[in-house]
Design a protein around this ligand. Structure first.
Ligand code: 6PG
Length: 632
């Protein structure tokens, strides 16, 4: 650890710092020795240093702090009186702050008795005036002799060493897995789970008992004890259900938090709620970071994709930690990065989930076609999907689908025993409402959500199927040509799914000036998350060259051929009685998007006919509105 002993000139930081370094057996450095020659000269003449003068000095010190930390620690005496100076020194590995507190007359007496120091005592007033007291770090009074101050400090540091550097609230599947991931990465951790009699009792204690190897793990079921176990500034990750539970948890925590503390919501919260919560807590000086986390239980435990956003400096304080626990991309870089301002992290996680819905539905439709139209057995479908799992169609979702097709209960496929009602928790429908709000065509991904809604109406479907007596027809000719087309159709649909999702991100990012980096977003989605795939890996490069997947030359080359396969597969499937909502929506979106002259002119004429809504003309670029009396 690097300890910074600070206070005004004359507070004794050099004496205390040296003694402390001796006791801890680590090197001591005097911050003044890192000033530029120009600064030293100014101080000698009694000229106060400006913030501009101090910047190179602080940056130099910050650099050294990182090195000292790597080399086993140090004590630095330095007069970092303003918060903005401390912010610079806090970048990267954070030092432990020790403030030497004393009143002006005591310090003045000491300075008056001091010989051979270049600091002009006349600057003391300006130092006291500019001092901004922090809410974090250790504080000791300078009235006692230096030896006593150091003894006090050693006590405080020992206590502090027992404090956890991070806290997780909520020991559900995701919270517990992330907590264990943090512990495996050597992060001292406090965990909390609420106490509900007979329902959730001693949950955190059980996590501890099940993981005796993690000695730096502390468990709590009361908030005051949990928060008190954390080092300041406190960093707490909420892993609890989205919605009102988050507001209630924030309010319960708030009395125990101080300015500078950081709350992180790692759940699937709606991004506008995140914006609201960040504003609410900003009034109290507490940072609220929305962090999308993807990867399910296994990802959380072994390496998720993490999407934090909000106040950049606050995110930078937690990013080193996220980098440790996140999945790594093909080049070894962590699948996490600062996403952007406000709730942009939760926003992109919401879009991630709607792409996830469409990807799952596309696989489901391919499976449905093979099972019902081609009459393939689960084993044969497994073989087809496995063959797709190499090259550009490979994905995590395809991989797990293969696994699912391999699970039997006795002679029967377990899948056949699962009730066909697909549930949802909300992120898919939030994406639709957001797309509507921003006027972004979202049919494809919206249809994936709607397909789940249709699936939920099991009773009505049974009644309707009896009434209509529709049974999917089986294919009468060879399966092979259709299977080849199906693979291309599936891939074409996936490109459209991604195009639609990313186009919503672009629209919202442009509207809010979030400046989202789509290549970087695709990169952090290449591993750890549910929609990781070969296509996502290609998308990293494609988005580096432009904002639209569909307009990338490589994609144009591929889609020119594959879209016809998608049209063919959809036509075959629906004429033989199979609902293919996402495949159909994808080909419709694609054909609509590449049609220069659409029939929307007829809509405009109809609107003008019955409502005098006016229209623009192709032969008048001025934007002038025209109205016609249509009835002749
Ligand atoms: C992820 C998943 C995860 C969760 C979905 C499920 O990225 O890890 O998206 O967040 O599995 O929220 O959503 P539904 O219950 O709506 O399908």
């Amino acid at each position: 650890m690097v300890i910074i002993v600070y206070g005004v000139t004359g507070s004794g930081k050099t004496t205390v710092g040296k003694l402390l370094a001796d006791k801890l057996n680590i090197p001591f450095y005097d911050g003044d020795h890192f000033h530029t020659a120009v600064n030293v000269e100014k101080m000698r003449k009694g000229i106060p240093l400006t913030d501009e003068d101090r910047l190179p000095w602080l940056e130099n010190l910050q650099d050294h702090i990182q090195t000292w930390s790597r080399e086993g620690g140090a004590v630095l005496a330095c007069s970092a009186l303003k918060e903005e100076y401390r912010k610079i020194l806090n970048k990267g590995v954070q030092p432990v702050w020790v403030l030497l507190e004393g009143n002006k007359s005591l310090v003045k007496d000491r300075l008056d008795n001091r010989v051979g120091h270049f600091m002009n005592p006349a600057l003391l007033d300006s130092q006291f005036a500019s001092f901004e007291e922090p809410t974090y770090g250790l504080k000791v009074a300078i009235s006692s002799p230096p030896e006593e101050i150091v003894a006090q400090l050693i006590n405080l540091l020992e206590h502090m060493n027992k404090l956890s550097s991070f806290g997780v609230i909520g020991m559900g599947v995701m919270g517990k897995s992330l907590a264990l991931n943090l512990c495996s990465n050597g992060i001292s951790l406090s965990i909390y789970n609420r106490h509900i009699a007979n329902v959730e009792e001693r949950v955190a204690a059980k996590v501890l008992a099940d993981n005796p190897n993690f000695t730096e793990l502390q468990g709590f079921d009361t908030i005051p004890e949990f928060v008190a176990s954390l080092a300041s500034p406190k960093k707490i990750l909420l892993m609890i259900p989205s919605g009102v539970a988050v507001d209630l948890q924030v309010d319960e925590l708030l009395p125990f938090l101080s300015a500078g503390d950081i709350l992180i919501d790692g759940g699937n919260s709606f991004y506008k709620d995140t914006n609201r919560r960040a504003r609410y807590l900003a009034d109290k000086g507490v940072f609220f970071i929305g962090a999308g986390v993807s990867g399910g239980e296994e990802g959380a435990l072994k390496g998720p994709s993490i999407m934090p956003s909000g106040d950049k400096e606050a995110v930078e304080k937690i990013l080193p930690l996220f980098e440790k626990i996140a999945a790594k991309d093909a080049s070894g870089k962590p699948c996490t990065a600062y996403i952007g301002p406000e709730g942009s992290g939760h926003f992109i996680k919401m879009v991630h989930n709607s792409i996830e819905y469409a990807e799952m539905q596309a696989l489901t439709e391919a499976y449905f076609l093979m099972r019902k139209y081609l009459n393939l057995s689960p084993v044969e479908i497994y073989d087809v999907f496995r063959s797709w799992q190499s090259g550009e169609t490979a994905s995590y979702l395809l991989d797990i689908t293969c696994d699912i097709l391999n699970v039997y209960e006795g002679e029967e496929l377990l899948l056949d025993k699962i009730l066909d009602r697909a549930a949802q928790k909300g992120t898919g429908s939030w994406s639709i409402t957001t797309a509507l709000e921003y006027g972004v065509p979202y049919g494809v991904l919206a249809d994936a959500v709607m397909a789940r809604a249709v699936s939920f109406r099991k009773t009505q479907r049974i009644a309707a199927s009896r009434a209509y007596e529709v049974k999917p027809d089986q294919r009468s000719s060879a399966n092979e040509p259709f299977l080849a087309a199906l693979k291309d159709a599936y891939q074409c649909c996936r490109v459209v799914n991604h195009e639609v999702g990313f186009s919503l991100m672009k629209e919202v990012s442009d509207t809010h000036g979030w400046d989202l980096d789509f290549s970087e977003i695709a990169r952090i989605w290449t591993n750890g998350c549910i929609i990781r795939s070969s296509l996502m890996e290609s998308a990293v490069g494609w988005f580096a060259e432009g904002d639209s997947l569909m307009m990338h030359p490589e994609v144009i080359r591929r889609m020119k051929i594959s879209h016809q396969k998608l049209a063919y597969v959809v036509a075959e499937g629906i004429t033989h009685g199979l609902a293919l909502p996402v495949f159909s929506a994808a080909i419709n979106y694609f054909l609509g998007a590449i049609t220069a002259d659409s029939p929307a002119n007829l809509i405009q004429a109809q609107r003008d006919y019955f409502g005098a809504h006016t229209y623009e003309r192709v032969d008048d670029a001025s934007g002038k509105k025209f109205h016609t009396i249509w009835k002749r």
